[in-house]
Design a protein around this ligand. Structure first.
Ligand code: AMP
Ligand code: GLY
Length: 436
């Protein structure tokens, strides 16, 4: 199979790395890409977000499958255009990608499907939104409706903060058009987990889960980022929780989308909070997560091309999807100094080392400059340690991270640390009375 991956982050390098190992693969290209993908595939110089450009490239290369990484081309209808051109594409259509592209759409769908969620309301006019906030007591979460590169959510401790967030979003100052509609939600509490399933429009694969770290600094301090690290599997993720999430969250949503005539094909990502009343949905995404992909794909035992084709063809019920339950992965993101604000690029990276069974380096914001590999973005690398336990994987991830360097590099030192695992354990150990 000739395959084209779309995107240029760590997620896409991990996809390329995993697809490279498929016995079905004959040739691999990456639309966009980085220095890491260039070492295992052929980069194509097009913008991953430019639908006509990617469509042209897929036609020109006469590929057998396109695998789309990021949400923006999905929301813009890349998969619809490819399908019209007769090119099999892995990922949801624009209609199904609304589950991520509009938080209001997603909340209404969840309500229709009876999926456990926080209380919410959707507003399109500023005075009504402000009125609701002022009548409310206690904390609230204000979310821009549209895509805001992971920055559209504001956690507000007081009505005054919520009013400010609503004002900034709805006047277009903070997130442009994406913020003119807002969803205002009840603030939930508990450990968070990201859950992934392959879907073919009707059927779902076995689920897998990971945790990610959105804040920049240790102890969940500092600004929100695209994600500073991740690990899989979370210790509290077991068959019983997986079964509950599949039955009460994933299946009902896939069914509701099929009933609406917009079946969901691709990876469905649920961001969950494990509350004392059980798991509730914070958000759905229409793709694999970044940096979660980097810790999840090394544990995928099934041939990814077979799996993606089964999703495209609606035959996932004939493919058993297996995740390695004997191993764990921990991913540490190395970012440019100053990220998520301003940062320098073009800085040389040294000590990248060799991948083996213990560790992998996935590139994000990197490019080749002659024989050198230099930085070209905010998140630069995800360094993944693998092992028989999270502790061993964590040790290996940090060992390799400490050998890799570039001026200004920053990374969190508490990815998969026992403090986080302890918080999760406390949830699992909560008194039976709170288990509902
Ligand atoms: P989202 O982009 O919707 O996942 O939101 C980003 C982050 O905001 C999540 O990872 C949570 O930590 C937090 N968050 C979102 N919605 C809620 C909520 N209803 N209650 C508490 N925290 C939330
Ligand atoms: N890691 C969060 C995301 O991919 O949206």
């Amino acid at each position: 199979m000739k395959v084209l991956i779309v995107g240029s982050g760590g997620r896409e390098h991990a996809l390329a790395w995993r697809i490279r190992r498929s016995p079905r693969l004959t040739r691999l290209w990456v639309a966009g890409g980085n220095a890491g993908t260039a070492s295992i595939a052929e980069n194509v110089a097009v913008s991953p977000e430019d639908v006509p450009q990617v469509l042209d490239a897929a036609r020109r290369l006469s590929v057998d499958l396109v695998a789309v990484g990021p949400e923006v081309p999905l929301a813009r209808g890349l998969v619809d255009r490819l399908a019209e051109a007769g090119i099999p594409a892995f990922g949801p259509t624009a209609a199904a990608a609304q589950i991520e592209a509009s938080k209001g759409f997603a909340r209404q769908l969840m309500q229709e499907a009876g999926v456990p969620s926080p209380q919410f309301r959707v507003f399109s006019d500023l005075p009504s939104a402000l009125d609701m906030v002022q009548r409310h007591h206690g904390p609230l979460v204000v979310k821009a409706d549209g895509l805001a590169a992971g920055k559209g959510v504001t956690l507000c401790a007081s009505p005054a903060e919520a009013a400010q967030a609503v004002q900034a979003s709805m006047t277009g100052q903070a997130f442009g058009a994406a913020g003119q509609r807002v969803v205002i939600e009840e603030m939930l509490q508990g450990p968070e987990v990201s859950v992934f399933a392959f879907c073919d429009g009707q059927h779902l694969s076995a689920l897998t889960a990971a945790c990610d770290y959105k804040r920049l600094a240790d102890g969940d301090q500092g600004p929100n980022t695209g994600g500073m690290g991740s690990f899989s599997p979370p210790p509290l993720w077991d068959e019983s929780l997986a079964g509950q999430v599949k039955a009460t969250i994933m299946q009902p949503v896939v069914q509701a989308l099929a009933q609406r005539g917009t079946p969901y094909r691709g990876v469905l990502y649920a961001g969950l909070m494990l509350t004392t009343e059980g798991p509730k949905v914070l958000e759905f995404n229409c793709r694999l997560g970044d940096p979660e992909t980097q810790v999840v794909l090394p544990l995928l035992e099934t041939d990814p091309l077979e799996l993606m084709l089964a999703c495209v063809q609606g035959q996932l019920d004939r493919t058993a999807v297996k995740w390695d339950s004997q191993r764990a992965c921990v991913g540490v993101v190395m970012a440019s100094g100053g990220y998520p604000g301003k940062y320098a690029t073009g800085v040389e990276i040294t000590g990248l080392g060799q991948d083996d069974d213990a560790s992998l380096v996935f590139h994000a914001g990197t490019r080749l400059e002659g024989a050198k590999i230099v930085t070209s973005g905010g998140r630069v690398l995800t360094i993944v340690g693998m092992g028989e336990s999270l502790e061993q994987a964590r040790f290996r991830a940090y060992q390799r991270t400490l050998g890799t360097s570039f001026p200004g590099a920053c990374f969190r030192r508490d990815i998969a640390a026992s403090s986080r695992l302890q918080g999760d354990l406390n949830w699992a150990l909560r008194p039976a009375a709170a288990k509902g």
